[in-house]
Design a protein around this ligand. Structure first.
Ligand code: NAP
Length: 265
């Protein structure tokens, strides 16, 4: 039974796809037959991710390839878009996923710390979208999917005030971009992951993971595929009438009104 119309052949850009959630999105979209451009600053890591995905789906370089670009600069974002146009002949889907999450508490956070997080997470979202706009409009339909977070839009966490501001800011961008691009049949939505078991989260150590797991009703961290399939749905033809919206992917993490709600499970 076909549940969603195939996205085979669609041109997809995934920023921040050399590892973590972005690599998961790239893998899931490529496994559905899409042509995926993997974007990250470190070219060797991006190419390694592309090679790994090609091996797992049995595809060639026309299906998954990599480019080095820093989405916090307009020049690199433009080169990223040009690369997709050259390699895929157009742009159908843009996943603005690149993000960083260094921790710094207020009082210790420098202006440079703040600027770096906002430049990559928030300005990088605008720059990636901006660079791809002409390509998306030319197709007469398009999908923009932003990886935000529960942190900022819904919750807070000590050490991440700059990160939370960037992730909440992305949603303001999503809502207005959704209105502006509606006439071009381009939808703009966001996925809000909770704690997802990426290499970066794994590096926070077993104690962090155990404590975080205990705060999630489903008693597990999410997988990168959990987020990728939400993005895939938003990229589908069937999601055409959904724009400016969010999907929380967190195993119920934001639901308990206090830790006591989980004690008796
Ligand atoms: P990750 O494993 O650290 O991967 C981050 C990716 O972004 C890498 O490919 C990195 O490659 C790339 N990147 C970073 N800065 C970039 C830049 N300026 N330009 C282009 N690429 C850049 O991160 P993740 O945990 O998968 O997180 C991905 C997204 O999900 C982020 O937006 C994050 O805020 C969000 N998120 C994650 C979680 C979680 O639990 N992991 C939860 C909620 C939201 P280079 O360093 O080579 O550039």
């Amino acid at each position: 039974m076909i549940v969603l119309t195939s996205i085979a052949g669609r041109s997809v850009i995934v920023t921040g796809a050399s590892k973590g959630i972005g690599k998961g999105i790239a893998r899931v979209f490529a496994s559905q037959g899409a042509k995926v451009l993997i974007v990250a600053r470190d070219l060797a890591q991006a190419e390694a991710a592309a090679a790994e995905i090609r091996a797992s789906i049995g595809g060639g370089e026309g299906v998954v390839s990599a480019v080095a670009a820093d989405v916090s600069t307009a020049e690199d974002s433009a080169r990223m878009a040009r690369t997709a146009l050259e390699r895929h002949g157009g742009i159908d889907i843009v996943c603005c996923n690149a993000g960083i999450f260094p921790a710094a508490r207020l009082g210790e956070m420098s202006v440079a710390d703040w600027d770096q997080v906002l430049d990559i997470n928030l300005k990088g979202t605008f720059l990636a979208v901006n660079a791809c706009l002409a390509g998306l409009k030319e197709r007469g339909r398009g999908r923009i999917i932003v990886t935000s977070s529960i942190t900022g839009p819904i919750t807070g966490y000590p050490g991440w005030s700059h990160y939370a501001a960037s992730k909440a800011g992305q949603l303001g961008f999503v809502r207005t971009a959704a209105i502006e691009l509606a006439a071009h049949n381009i939808t703009v939505n966001a996925v809000l992951p909770g704690n997802i078991l990426t290499e970066g989260v794994a590096a926070l150590g077993p104690e962090y993971i155990a404590r975080m797991t205990s705060a999630i009703p489903q008693r597990r961290l999410g997988s990168v595929e959990d987020v990728a399939y939400a993005a895939l749905f938003l990229a589908s033809d069937e999601a055409a009438f959904i724009s400016g919206q969010t999907i929380v992917v967190d195993g119920g993490q934001v639901l308990p009104e206090s830790h006591m709600a989980l004690d008796d499970l």
